[in-house]
Design a protein around this ligand. Structure first.
Ligand code: ADP
Ligand code: ZN
Ligand code: ZN
Length: 740
């Protein structure tokens, strides 16, 4: 072939088409597959950039001037970096997510990195007595986990060991000191995918519900399976069995989990079952590590990939199953990048392309997914029983009654009593509040002035440990003022409770309690997340206080009491998802109680116990929640009954931002003569200023997604032709997770 069709790695809308390049003779025999990455000259200066070959031809497309055609300079890898099916996926994403083809290709293909060497570790079997190894393994600590990981032989990059096990280098260094483990510099890690050794049965006899679920998933009637199973019903065991079967069939699987449930505990369950046929990706990996994982997947060295949403692009060509755990999580949608893809939708598209099974698992399915199951588009499979135990006992505390009875504290009287009893009985307690900091609202007693961030239209949160005011939106931090900046009064008041305040109250009421707190402030260091959970598991603390970081996936057998401090916090989000989010949070947090033989109790503290989300969560009745939520959305015309486009204009010059959004509104009106699209007036966004940028939003609603998308894209193009948009940004999002 003489010519190649090339997608270039520059992501400008104006360059969003396929370019023709000539293939020089010296590359003729080697450049022979679609999907190969090449280096090409581009633009006036012939700068070298990357491109992806997506087709070949003997002649140029009509109308192209042969004298303008440039030559491909070089081939970057000897193998295709994207398969034909995935090129099709990129094309689909381009229209689905109104993005450029180049952006979509780069989302699917990881960044190219030069191969390098890794510091690897291995067990020095030749010089170490096997007894010494066994002794450490028997101890069940971090060092033993490292040895168990390395015992199958081979030299493994230390970064992989840390990633797999969620540890720092200390236990590895300790083993090196003992002379049991040695380190060396190695080329890229080559795992050995060996099915015969990899599959180890768990020894569990599956419950009837689990058996039925596994069968339904393996049957694959062409529809995705919505696996609705209460927490503790054994969904993870179902995933493991499905993957096992896939490995037997020579097929590969992807498991998606929200980043915060990518805990060592979850990962360990997969590793102990499948050994080194499993790889894990996470957001803290370097480009080099990511590229390696991707190569291992592409060359079938591994059979299972676990990771957050981007793991959906793992290049398995023989893919059998994509499992999406906690499918209701908003983290599966990429809201902050282009393309704004949804990993759940990508999974469904892949199942169309590859015929693989998609499993959407959750104890609290999203309203949108359950609606699809109701309509028959998804196959609903339910698991209603916890494997070994009864559901936790849920107790509602009406905080208005507490107030009326003279209790102005943070804890209801019953919860306080229960914490005390739990401490006496040496059992563990989890206290949940989805808000970090100490006080969320700081104001002057004399004039009422509220301390707000200079860059954002947001109240400062008071942080006790460094006695500072912090903005949770831009990260700004200022010392607490000694006097009110408005009136000079020295009397400052603190309102609104955050996790630090809970910690303080716990220590005040229960001085004997050992307390751990897990939130964004205590988990800044790389491994602090794991350390806190390890310490809690090892009974290094009686009470764990935390934000939504502790809501998911944790399995602590001695936790018998859970306190949800302000269950209605998420009801005030000013967002049509708030009922759904509230139901999910209460249910997920409650699931942390009584995971083992010990029965669990959950106190739900609220000022509006009558709200249907809270009622349904307390009764563990998803159907009742869903029916009321569905009616609310139907009447209010919210998704899934219709579609809403949010348009956000932001910039430092407020007048300009306002002019732009008003002009857009005017253009939209002009192209909406028939009134097919419901236009809402522009307003300041929920948070009207972030990082010195003013934010205005407008909403457009219509039933037909495709027409709505075309309309919004078209009118924004018109807007760009109408006025320069260089110092503002226009952001659009279809049915976003959060209103903005
Ligand atoms: P889920 O993911 O639905 O919350 P898990 O898969 O974590 O539930 O299972 C809950 C607990 O029950 C785990 O400790 C797991 O090891 C155990 N378990 C799961 N299936 C079985 C089974 N068939 N027999 C005995 N124990 C099981
Ligand atoms: Zn004042
Ligand atoms: Zn700020």
């Amino acid at each position: 072939m003489k010519y190649a069709a090339v997608v270039i790695s520059i992501t400008a809308k104006a360059l969003d088409h396929v370019f023709s390049y000539a293939i020089p003779d010296r590359l003729q025999s080697r450049l022979n597959k679609k999907g190969m990455r090449v280096s090409i000259p581009f633009g006036k200066g012939n700068r070298q950039i990357e491109g992806y070959v997506i087709g070949f031809a003997d002649s140029l497309p009509e109308g192209i001037d042969i004298s303008k055609i440039k030559e491909i300079s070089d081939i970057l890898e000897q193998y295709p970096v994207i398969s034909e099916k995935r090129i099709a996926l990129a094309y689909w994403m381009q229209t689905e997510y109104y993005s450029t083809l180049s952006d979509c290709m780069q989302c699917i293909i990881p960044k190219k990195v030069k191969s390098k060497t890794y510091k690897c570790a291995y067990i020095d079997f030749e010089n170490v007595d096997i007894k010494a190894i066994d002794e450490i393994i028997a101890k069940n600590n971090k060092q033993s986990r490292v040895l168990r990981f390395l015992i199958d032989g081979g030299s493994v990059p230390i970064s992989h060991i840390r990633g797999f096990l969620g540890i720092d280098t200390a236990p590895i260094n300790a083993l090196v000191k003992k002379g049991i483990v040695k380190t060396e510099e190695n080329e890229v890690y080559r795992g050995n995918y060996n099915t015969a050794r990899a599959v180890k049965n768990s020894g569990f006899e599956l419950t009837d519900e689990q058996k039925a679920a596994v069968e339904a998933i393996l049957e694959n009637d062409g529809r995705p399976v919505l696996l609705k199973g209460v927490t503790g019903s054994g969904k993870t065991e179902v995933y493991l069995r499905v993957i096992e079967k896939m490995i037997e069939r020579g097929k590969q699987s992807i498991v998606l989990v929200p980043e915060i449930s990518l805990t060592p505990q979850t990962v360990d369950r997969f590793i102990s079952r499948f050994g080194d046929t499993v790889a894990v990706t996470h957001s803290r990996m370097s480009d080099g590590e990511r590229y390696d994982q991707w190569r291992r997947a592409a060359s079938s060295e591994i059979a299972v990939m676990i990771g957050p949403r981007s793991a959906v692009f793992t290049p398995f060509e023989n893919i059998g199953a994509i499992i999406i755990d906690e499918e209701h999580e908003s983290a599966y949608k990429a809201d902050q990048q282009s393309p704004k893809y949804d990993a759940r939708e990508i999974a469904l598209k892949l199942s169309e392309l590859y015929g693989c099974t998609v499993v959407l698992g959750s104890a609290t399915p999203s309203v949108v997914s359950y609606h699809k199951a109701e309509a028959g588009a998804y196959r609903l499979v339910e698991m209603k029983k916890r494997v070994n135990l009864s559901p936790p006992e849920m107790i509602v505390t009406d905080m208005r009654e507490e107030l009326a009875a003279g209790n102005r504290g943070i804890f209801g009287r019953d919860l306080k009593e229960a914490i005390k009893r739990n401490l006496d009985e040496k059992k563990q307690t989890i206290l949940f509040l989805n808000r970090r900091g100490h006080s969320t609202f700081v104001s002057c007693r004399s004039c009422g002035h509220v301390m707000t961030c200079e860059n954002c239209n947001v109240n400062y949160t008071y942080h006790e440990y460094n006695r500072s005011l912090m903005c949770h939106y831009c990260g700004a931090s200022v010392a607490i003022p000694e006097k009110c900046p408005e009136c000079g009064s020295e009397y400052i008041r603190y309102f609104g409770v955050g996790t630090q305040r809970i910690e303080q109250e716990v220590i005040r009421h229960f001085p004997q309690a050992r307390v751990l707190r897990m939130d964004a402030d205590t988990t800044r260091e790389k491994n602090s997340h794991t350390e806190i959970l390890d310490r809690f598991r090892e009974h290094d603390a009686d009470i764990l206080i935390g934000t939504q970081m502790i809501a998911k996936g944790l399995d602590f057998p001695d936790v018998t009491l859970v306190g949800i401090i302000a269950a209605d916090l998420s009801l005030n989000l000013n967002d049509y998802h708030s009922g759904e989010i509230t139901y999910q949070l209460i249910t997920q947090v409650a699931g942390r109680a009584g995971r083992a033989e010990k029965p669990g109790r959950v106190f739900v503290q609220t000022y509006c116990p009558e709200h249907y989300s809270i009622q349904a969560a307390v009764n563990g009745n998803y159907e009742s929640f869903y029916e009321q939520e569905r009616e609310f959305r139907r009447i209010m015309r919210y998704p899934p009954f219709t579609n809403i486009f949010f348009v956000l204009v932001s910039g430092e010059d407020e007048k300009k931002v306002y002019r732009v959004i008003m002009t857009l509104h005017e253009i939209m009106r002009r192209y909406n003569k028939k009134g097919d699209f419901e236009l809402f007036a522009p307003t300041p966004a929920v948070i009207s200023k972030i990082k010195r940028k003013y934010r205005y939003r407008m909403m457009v609603r219509a039933d037909d997604t495709d027409r709505l998308k075309k309309y919004v894209l078209y009118t924004i193009e018109k807007l760009g032709a109408h006025m320069p948009l260089d110092d503002v940004s226009v952001n659009i999002s279809l049915n976003p997770n959060y209103s903005f």
